[in-house]
Design a protein around this ligand. Structure first.
Ligand code: PLP
Length: 354
């Protein structure tokens, strides 16, 4: 039995990462240098710096700070479609499943869910999904790529896949949005720049507050015209923020200092996978990035029961992700913590199968 005075290891999500000391210090420094202003009036220097930096990094004309990934996705959809349009989304994507149906309720958009291959909508699937240009049907106008794809275990969408889907989308006269909540994880895993990964798409959303550890915020980027429209929609959605430099300052640190270290999370995910692979009774999915999936059902227990057994050992996971348990490696979880999680799972398997 593992010691009961164990530490708490939180692998529920990389959203639980706390801001670094340097991020907090960056807020103080910006305050000392009198750089905050009213961002609704465009007068917060720190926000402007973050947006300029993000636009360059993503290779787009302009970028905009938004409150969250969900807000960034929705603004991007609304800025590029008309009410009543159809949006092709992957069956298990965040935009379809986890955004409260807001695409439909707030934007009057009609989501068309399709099955992906590890989250990737193939060009053939997209072709089949697009409705005929006929008054009986909604007009298909946008397709969403989620990179990495969370429900498929942080699966990467490759450069080639993005290029191919974009080509098809262009041919079909659709706009293409990338939900890149974890785009940097994808880029780091492929050893390429995020700029390359989104070169062929119209709009992109990246989260500053997941693996990159900033406390709040996402960025959307695209053409100047897109951002002009996005700005209006952000205000309508209550996303106009005043001295938003307070969240932009950590965001700058996130982009400058926190990207390369995502590799550590990926290495820990691989380490955990390799340890769990040795447990013959357990089914585990090889991670592309920082998310490891295990299927406790093979042990004769549900993912919810498994999560309780993990919690008893100080390891926090969300109850169930479909039928699986999701373990998200992040900056708050060290290599030693990762080994502890592997030990805890090994012990649980021993107990439930003996
Ligand atoms: C793939 C994906 N997209 C979008 C979001 C939404 O981000 P937020 O929680 O900041 O709204 C998440 C959040 O977990 C996500 O995993």
């Amino acid at each position: 039995m593992l010691a009961l005075d164990m530490k708490k290891i939180d692998v529920r999500s990389d959203t639980f990462t706390l801001p670094t000391d340097e991020m907090i210090q960056s807020i103080v420094e910006a305050h000392k240098n009198n750089r905050f202003g009213d961002d609704v009036a465009g007068e917060d220097e720190v926000v402007n710096e973050l947006q300029d930096k993000a636009a360059i990094l993503l290779g787009k004309e302009k970028a905009l700070l938004v409150t969250s990934g969900t807000q960034g996705n929705l603004i991007s959809f609304f800025a590029q479609t008309r009410r009543g349009d159809e949006v092709v989304v992957e069956n298990h994507s965040h935009a379809y499943v986890y955004e409260g149906g807001a695409m439909a309720s707030m934007g009057g958009l009609y989501p068309k869910p399709v099955e992906g291959v590890r989250g990737y909508i193939t060009p053939e699937t997209l072709r089949e999904a697009v409705s005929p240009d006929n008054p009986h049907y909604a007009k298909t106008s946008l397709v969403v790529i989620e990179n990495t794809h969370s429900f498929s275990g942080g699966a990467i969408v490759t450069l080639e896949q993005t290029r191919k889907l974009s080509e098809t989308a262009r041919e079909l006269e659709l706009r293409i949005h990338v939900d890149g909540a974890r785009l940097f994880n994808s880029a780091v895993a492929q050893n390429i720049t995020v700029e390359k990964l989104v070169k062929d798409v119209d709009s992109v959303q990246i989260c500053l507050s997941k693996g990159l550890s900033a406390p709040v915020g996402s960025i959307i980027a695209g053409t100047e015209e897109f951002i002009h429209e996005a700005h209006r929609i952000r205000k309508k959605m209550g996303g106009g923020m005043r001295q938003a430099g307070i969240i932009a300052a950590p965001g700058i640190i996130a982009l400058e200092k926190m990207v390369d270290r995502l590799q550590e999370d990926h290495q820990n995910a691989t380490l955990l996978y390799e340890r769990l692979l040795q447990i013959s009774q357990l089914s585990v999915v090889k991670p592309d990035t920082n998310i490891v999936f295990v299927f406790p059902e093979n042990l004769g227990i549900s993912a919810n029961e498994f999560s309780v057994l993990l919690k008893d050992r100080g390891v926090l996971v969300y109850g169930a992700y479909g039928t699986k348990t999701r373990l998200v490696l992040n900056r708050m979880v060290s290599r030693d913590d990762t080994l502890y999680v592997a030990d805890a799972i090994e012990e649980i398997v021993k107990n439930v199968t003996s």
